[in-house]
Design a protein around this ligand. Structure first.
Ligand SMILES: [Fe+2]
Length: 155
């Protein structure tokens, strides 16, 4: 699933699961690159939260939600808009890792926000995607703060 647009809830969730798996790998990488033990701890927490997101997506009762609200949806989501060229394996420095993580979190926030909007009339899904969006937003803030404190300070 690398081109075109999202066309169903199942596809949207599958795409999100793939991105969450990458987010886990991203934080695992940052744990390895960080020197400050407090930063390592932060990345461990974030890695575990992304693993939890993946699990939430994997266990979501898609059929149940669809049964209650089965009207057609318009998905204004181009897959290409939520992919980043830079590969986690290519990240060599702590600074690069933080920048990539912040961008990925921003995209995750936008992705879940749009999904929440798409399901505004479906209370269960709206709440689910809104919570996900909020958490990714807070991760983005964490990364930006970490960047300000650790990269700007020592470079
Ligand atoms: Fe995140």
């Amino acid at each position: 699933m690398n081109s075109g647009n999202i066309q169903s809830l199942e596809q949207a969730i599958q795409f999100a699961i793939e991105r969450e798996t990458e987010a886990e790998q991203m934080y695992q990488k940052l744990i390895g690159l960080a020197k400050d033990p407090k930063a390592k701890e932060l990345f461990e927490d974030l890695r575990d939260m992304e693993a939890q997101h993946r699990q939430n997506l994997q266990t979501l009762d898609v059929a149940g939600f669809k049964e209650k609200h089965n009207q057609e949806r318009v998905y204004n989501m181009q897959i290409a808009d939520y992919l980043i060229d830079k590969k986690i394996d290519d990240v060599r420095t702590f600074q690069e890792g933080l920048m990539l993580a912040a961008r990925r979190e921003q995209m995750a926030y936008q992705y879940y926000s749009l999904l929440a909007e798409t399901y505004r009339d479906n209370p269960g899904l709206f709440e689910f995607f809104s919570v996900m969006a909020r958490e990714e937003r807070s991760h983005q803030n964490d990364m930006e703060k970490e960047y300000d404190e650790n990269v700007l300070l020592y470079n």
